[in-house]
Design a binder for this molecule. Structure first.
Ligand code: KG4
Ligand code: ZN
Length: 369
């Protein structure tokens, strides 16, 4: 089964072609094309939906064209050699989603191909079913999947490809959002997660003891907004410059790091390391609890924050040492952690119920059923 996947939920425009492997357990990536409007959002410290949507409409046709060309798929006579078109229909920014959804509907009609709508969140999970090496092994079931992105922090239980239960998620900010907003205070543009983790490498993670919200709540819910506030308050107290020139720092990317002395810089690194540790500590403890409760044999990490090195190594160390049950860790390569179309095609391969182009609408609020 060969699928053309299309992803336009936020600021990335992606198209990719995948095919099901002969053992039917994973997919092979045949081609992929990705354009991003990320740098256009840097100056504003966050994504401007209108700008993202305009760029989606500029990029969508060239990106699809490139993915098909790389896969040697010809569209002459409107008979491309694909079995279906998969598209993200939510959640995301409405203007961005509409570009992908309406393009996919048009192609489905013109090419007379089935149209498979994909929930972006499942897309992230299925990045783990894309063959990335010769000895690649897909996750086994039952599995616990953790989705940690800029907009979501969710744990889901997968008994198999179709029997899926939402276990818990964040009540307020997502983990990625916490990274991004704290980075913004320090003068770094979106996405701030990679910058915080880079600064954290030079810091002491035990220097500040930030709260671990809901760590003992006994359920699988998260809350990151209190932690964010705690970081913002502590940092502003240590660096009063942030109280007076915050606007300048936040919007013009004059990083705090460049305005302080060498010894003050160490405190900044310690703050970042302690923040990262607090976020990861909560995520790891809750996820491990879910693995145990659901007797899972695989842990699937997904979403942009899964690119975080400390998160990956902490999970690996925890699974190696403490668990008392065999759990294999699955993490996509960094390029498949953030938004891409290969993951959308992969999800559609295992959830292939198609719909008529007449019935599909973008759903920015889509969550789990
Ligand atoms: O999945 P994604 O590309 O987009 C959404 O669907 O949200 O995730 C983007 C998020 C941003 O919040 C970004 O700061 C975070 O992923 N991120 C990271 C790292 N790389 C990306 N957070 C922490 N450490 C990283 N290395
Ligand atoms: Zn995403």
């Amino acid at each position: 089964m060969k699928i053309l996947g299309i992803e336009t939920s936020c600021d990335e425009t992606g198209a990719a072609v995948t095919s099901l492997t002969s053992d039917k357990k994973s997919v092979q990536l045949i081609s992929s094309s990705l354009a991003t409007s990320l740098e256009r959002h840097a100056k504003t410290g966050g994504i401007i939906p209108e700008v993202a949507a305009r760029n989606q409409s500029t990029y969508i046709i060239p990106v699809i064209y490139e993915a098909l060309e790389k896969a040697d798929i010809h569209i002459a006579n409107n008979t491309p050699d694909i079995d279906a078109i998969a598209v993200t229909f939510g959640p995301g920014l409405i203007g961005s989603l509409l570009v992908g959804v309406e393009t996919a509907k048009t192609l489905s009609y013109v090419w007379n191909k089935p149209l498979i709508p994909v929930n972006h969140l499942f897309g992230h999970v299925y990045a783990n079913f894309i063959q990335t090496s010769d000895d690649f092994k897909p996750p086994s079931f039952p599995a616990i999947a953790l989705i940690v992105s800029g907009g979501h922090t969710d744990i889901i239980y997968m008994k198999n490809h179709t029997d899926i239960i939402w276990v818990g998620g964040t009540r307020d900010d997502a983990a990625g959002e916490c990274f991004d907003k704290c980075a913004r205070l320090l003068g770094y543009p979106y996405p701030g997660g990679p910058k915080i983790s880079e600064l954290a490498k030079k810091g002491d993670k035990n220097a500040f003891s930030f709260p671990r919200p809901m760590i003992g709540s006994g359920d699988f819910e998260f809350s990151f907004s209190g932690l964010k506030t705690s970081f913002l308050n502590e940092t502003k107290q240590i660096f009063p410059i942030l109280r007076t020139t915050n606007e300048k720092i936040g919007w013009q990317q004059i990083a705090l790091e460049e305005q302080i002395t060498e010894s003050q810089r160490q405190i900044l690194y310690d703050l970042c390391a302690s923040l990262q540790y607090a976020i990861i500590d909560v995520i790891v403890k809750k996820t491990v609890k879910a693995l145990q409760q659901y007797n899972a044999t695989s842990l699937i990490l997904s979403g942009g924050v899964a690119a975080n090195e400390m998160l990956r190594t902490t999970f690996q160390e925890t699974l190696n040492k403490k668990l008392g049950q065999e759990v294999s860790l699955h993490v996509p390569p960094r390029s498949l952690c953030t938004d891409n179309a290969a993951m959308i095609a992969a999800a559609a391969t295992f959830h292939s119920s198609s719909t008529s182009w007449k019935n599909l609408s973008a759903n920015p609020q889509l969550y789990f059923d």
